[in-house]
Design a protein around this ligand. Structure first.
Ligand code: NDP
Length: 273
């Protein structure tokens, strides 16, 4: 399969299908990880206000010396900043910490009840101002999106959700596909917990690849945007070296069947942060 590295969002924006995640990475490490990733040909970086490393990410971007227009930078609105006015302020603060004039994608991090619709109104204005090239949500169930759409003028372009072989989220993915909302996986490697899985390792052996590479390829072949995290240069390189092999239909099916609906993070219907 000749895998395209780019996914075109509903508004025509081109987004890399594979990027680097930097949750639980402190500023100075984030700077190095971003530089290593860009050197290894990554163009998508996924941060968030709550990761407290936007400044480190911004420094990495500057020091990498790649044209800003060739990068795709995502950040997210934290829960305590939700609301109309506070979203505008939080966004401006994120841009300042990143040292950027715009981000490529701004996401509502979690569906804070009673607030996300007002936050979205501000995000629509930010989008219309050109300071976010795309806007979307994260951790939204179908019913959260339906609630948002009651007042939204612009449909979210992405939903970033927990998704890995042991939580494949098929019903939500089917709904998002119908709505034209792109799916992006967080904790795509199951936070590293499924990398010793024997079946994944055996599939990897068929192709001369690691279990991590097999999982990343499974996401890509499933039309899922994927943002594995690593702070090690060799793993960052390895995780991007997935465009020269193809999983068979049978291998894809075997991985699909690993699903046990196992969440590593909170259920978006029941979070307390
Ligand atoms: P991942 O599923 O990406 O797994 C990361 C873990 O796997 C780390 O322990 C890493 O170790 C290890 N690892 C990575 N590559 C390899 C490899 N090739 N071989 C062996 N081990 C490897 O977990 P995350 O939870 O970090 O998810 C990815 C990103 O998704 C986050 O960084 C963040 O950007 C986003 N996210 C978004 C959320 C949301 O609510 N929207 C919630 C959670 C995550 P090491 O770093 O030591 O190499």
């Amino acid at each position: 399969m000749n895998m395209d590295k780019i996914k075109t969002l509903t508004n025509g924006l081109e987004m890399p299908r594979l990027g680097l995640g930097v949750w639980r990475v402190e500023n100075s490490v984030a700077t190095d990880a971003v530089k290593w990733a860009i050197k290894a040909d990554y163009r998508l970086i996924d941060t968030a206000t709550i990761y407290k490393n936007e400044a480190g990410v911004g420094k990495g971007i500057k020091e990498a010396g790649v044209d800003r227009k060739d990068l795709f930078i995502t950040t997210k609105l934290w829960n305590s900043d939700q609301g109309y006015e506070s979203t505008h302020k939080a966004f401006n603060d994120s841009l300042e910490r990143l040292g950027l004039e715009y981000v490529d994608l701004y996401l509502i991090h979690w569906p804070v009840e009673g607030k996300f619709s007002a936050s979205w109104r501000a995000m629509e204005e930010i989008y219309e101002s050109g300071r976010a090239k795309a806007i979307g949500v994260s951790n939204f169930h179908q019913h959260h999106i339906e609630e948002l759409m009651k007042t939204a003028k612009i449909k979210p372009m992405i939903n970033q959700i927990e998704l890995h072989p042991t939580l494949t989220q098929v019903p939500l993915r089917d709904y998002l596909a119908e709505e034209g909302i792109a799916v992006e996986a967080w904790s795509p490697l199951g936070q590293g917990k499924i990398l010793e899985n024997e079946m994944l390792m055996a599939i990897g052996k068929n192709h001369g690849k690691s279990a991590a590479q097999v999982i990343i390829r499974w996401h890509l072949q499933s039309d899922i945007i994927v943002i594995p995290k690593s702070v090690h240069e060799d793993r960052i390189q390895q995780n991007f070296d997935v465009f020269d092999f193809e999983l068979t239909d049978n291998e894809m099916k075997q991985i699909d069947e690993m699903n046990i609906n196992e969440r590593l993070g909170a259920d978006p219907d029941n979070f307390d942060f």
